[in-house]
Write a new protein. Sequence first.
Length: 102
Amino acid sequence: MVSRWSDFLTTDGEKLTRNRDQEFDDGILTKHELIIVWEKGWTTLFTTLRSLESQDLFKRITIRGEKHTVLEAIERQMAHYAYHVGQIVYIGKQIKNDNWEH
C-alpha cells in the first residue's frame, strides 16, 4: 500500500524500491510489529485519498506500467484489498477454529 499510494499521481504505483518477494519473508515477529506495518499502509492510502480533488479522479496514472484513471485505480485497489482481507479472515478462522470470534 505504501508503494501504491505514495506519489500516487506522479509515479508508477509499483515503485522501483519495492521488493515484492521480500514482502513474504517472515520478518514480522510480534503482533505490535504487524499492526505498525498494517497502519502505515492504511495511513498512506487514506492520506492520499484525502488529498485528491474531484478533478483528479479522471487523471491518468500508471500502475505496473498500465494506465488507469484515478477512479479506476481506486476501484481496482479496493477490490484487491477486500480479496486480501478475505484471505486473512479465512486463515484466521482455520487457525482459531471453534475459538473464532466475529
